[in-house]
Design a protein around this ligand. Structure first.
Ligand code: FEO
Ligand code: CA
Ligand code: CA
Ligand code: CA
Length: 627
């Protein structure tokens, strides 16, 4: 197998193999097949987890709320939108944010110096902010594909320190002003004083309960409160007080040990840190990424970072109160009692779903800058009777200090017996109803292997399928319509699957059909009308279990009727991730990440051009509202 083509998950698996199947796992497998799980249980088992199945239709209904006709799956190297819609690029990897910076060069693919002043690579979560008539976008640049960013080098391997630094500068967050040109198209405002690149070298504060703890201290920062940079920023969030939240996900893949005899601690192994990095080479140019020399450095990553998008001189704040894990996104909602509630997924097989509830309350016209500084952290427990509860992570329940809970959050959640999940990706909160949705993207280990902490992962309520290659979307309704309540009711909105290939639970739920099928839901957001937009990051072979699904895509779900309809298909070998709307809701911005990650795309410029991740604007040709 070619190492270079491995996905994040596959790399992680290779460097941190999960325990082999145990006797316990075999017993679970046998028990499940005896219960006829793969056959008949659907009727009384899975079926009971799905609400209103009779209302879920296999055909489009007249008078629906979508306002578009379904797009067919395809494997084209372009973006496909419904009739009556159009799309255009806004910004792509390597586009300068300042004049005087050389534009993207297909031959060299840039230098560290140009990359540090240009839009980063592999954009993911993004938000848009307006203030005093000006509009700013904040966009995560999650990671790089070696064969693309170093495609000018043999085998896509960095040859010089500048190559490695270029890769590093392609990470972080890009913040820039946008405005419409004379044709109405959204463009980057070059040289705006609001433009900013946040990189793995930007100074940041460590704040909250873990700040200053011994585990966060390094030779360069004996205080444990000042750190440099953010990287592998996946999903995002935004607060009602106008700040951007960027979420550190696979931070582990950047650390390595020059000393091959170095034994990585069990605590770091839980987070996937090992003596080998994933090919980025950062330790070669910056010793802090060498865990044999700086074993505490990885404890300073894996957080949610709060950024003021309108102050390029501000110091981003890592909010340790929200815990440390492989953060996907941060879905913020103000609860009925004024507390800021943040829902948080930990995207790894068999890890958990979390909730933060602030100690302070939100003041619409006051200072909310410290609201994410302190609060209570909870982890979800789903019961098979369709009820659930938020288990508090406290010194009493975990035997760990408040600081340790925020640094070794996974271990704390394991101690209280939280529900192991099928890789929680984005959480989306419905603005029209007290409910929240989580994309559980897939989990081939479900029912087969424990998680990294050794917790068994038998099939359970919201994660009902062993060897889950398709994923599902679960939702919960907090008691008393209060997002800070201790309990909730839950059910499944959709089980992805392939009804053309399977006739059991892997066919998916009733609202999945030959026309709209997909796999691996990931990015998710509600628009203002309460429609749920679903983006996928799955298998695009269009064969076997995935036949008929085509490229990764974006769908729209009506959470009242249960209907799901495909809105957009992305180009070859991409994932669709990141979504936000212009203030007038006449433009939808969508991210296309890693087109051609296996070498088979020239999106978006065609010909023989280098494929580039980017942000694309989608509008109705009649100029109407979109979402
Ligand atoms: Fe960066 Fe879990 O996706
Ligand atoms: Ca994701
Ligand atoms: Ca994903
Ligand atoms: Ca991704």
């Amino acid at each position: 197998m070619d190492h270079e083509d491995l996905s994040f998950d596959e790399h992680d698996e290779l460097l941190n193999p999960r325990p082999e199947e145990t006797e316990f796992d075999r017993i679970v497998d046998t028990a499940l097949s005896r219960r006829g799980f793969l056959g008949g249980v659907m009727t009384f088992g899975l079926g009971t987890f799905l609400v209103g199945t009779t209302a879920l239709t296999r055909e489009a209904q007249a008078g629906d709320r979508f306002g578009f006709a379904q797009v067919a799956a395809n494997t084209d190297d372009t973006i496909t939108v419904p009739e009556g819609f159009e799309w255009e690029p806004v910004v792509q990897w390597g586009d300068p944010l300042w004049s005087g910076v050389e534009g993207f060069d297909d031959v060299t693919r840039g230098t560290a110096a140009t990359q540090a002043r240009a839009f980063g690579d592999n954009n993911d979560g993004m938000s848009i902010f307006t203030r005093n008539g000006r509009t700013v976008m904040a966009i995560n640049n999650e990671y790089t594909n070696r064969k693309i960013i170093w495609g000018n080098r043999p085998e896509g391997k960095p040859e010089t320190g500048d190559d490695i630094e270029k890769g590093m500068m392609a990470h972080g967050v890009s913040v820039f002003e946008v405005a419409r040109d004379e044709k109405g198209a959204w463009q980057v405002v070059l040289d705006s004083e609001l433009n900013r690149r946040i990189t793995p070298r930007t100074e940041m504060d460590l704040t909250g309960p873990a700040a200053g703890h011994d585990l966060l201290k390094t030779a360069a920062d004996p205080s444990g409160t000042k750190t440099l940079g953010t990287w592998n920023n996946c999903g995002n969030g935004e607060t009602p007080w106008g700040t951007y939240l960027t979420c550190e996900e696979n931070f582990n893949g950047y650390f390595s040990a020059a000393d091959e005899a170095h034994e990585v601690s069990a605590e770091l192994k839980r987070y996937g840190v090992s003596s080998k990095d994933w090919g980025y080479g950062w330790a070669k140019i910056d010793e802090r990424f060498d865990v044999s020399k700086n074993p505490n450095e990885p404890n300073r990553a894996g957080y949610v970072v709060e950024i003021d998008p309108f102050d390029p001189t501000s110091t981003p704040k890592k909010r340790t109160a929200l815990g440390r894990f492989k953060h996907e996104n941060a879905a913020v909602v103000i609860a009925a009692n004024g507390k800021a509630v943040v829902y948080l997924g930990d995207d790894e097989r068999g890890e958990f779903l979390y909730r933060f509830v602030s100690h302070g309350t939100y003041a619409a016209t006051g200072d909310n800058s410290d609201l994410l500084e302190s609060g209570d952290l909870f982890v979800a427990k789903f019961h098979d009777d369709m009820r659930g509860e938020w288990l508090a992570l406290t010194p009493e329940t975990t035997g760990m200090s408040d600081a340790e809970i925020r640094i070794h959050t996974r271990q704390a959640a394991s101690k209280v017996g939280a529900t192991t999940m099928d890789r929680p990706e984005w959480v989306a909160v419905n603005p029209t109803k007290a409910e929240a949705y989580v994309a559980l993207t897939n989990n081939k280990n479900r029912g087969k292997k424990p998680n990294k902490g050794g917790d068994d992962t038998p099939a359970n309520g919201p994660n009902p399928r062993v060897g889950n290659n398709y994923g599902q979307i679960a939702r919960w309704m907090p008691d008393n319509e209060d997002h800070s309540a201790p309990g909730f009711a839950w059910n499944l909105f959709a089980l992805a699957g392939n009804p053309e290939v399977h006739d059991d639970a892997y066919a998916g739920s009733e609202n999945i059909n030959a026309g709209n099928m997909f796999n691996s839901p990931d990015g998710m957001a509600f628009d203002e009308t309460g429609l749920l937009w679903i983006q996928t990051d799955g298998k695009y072979s269009n064969e076997g279990d995935f036949a008929g699904m085509g490229n990764n895509q974006m769908l729209c779900g009506d959470t009242v009727t249960g209907e799901i309809r495909r809105f957009m298909v992305g180009p070859k070998e991409c994932e669709v991730t990141g979504i936000c709307w212009s203030p007038d809701r006449r433009t939808m911005f969508v991210g296309i990440q890693h087109p051609g990650e296996k070498g088979n795309s020239h999106f978006p410029r065609g010909g023989t051009s280098v494929p580039r991740s980017g942000v694309f604007a989608i509008r109705r040709t009649d100029g109407g509202l979109i979402g």
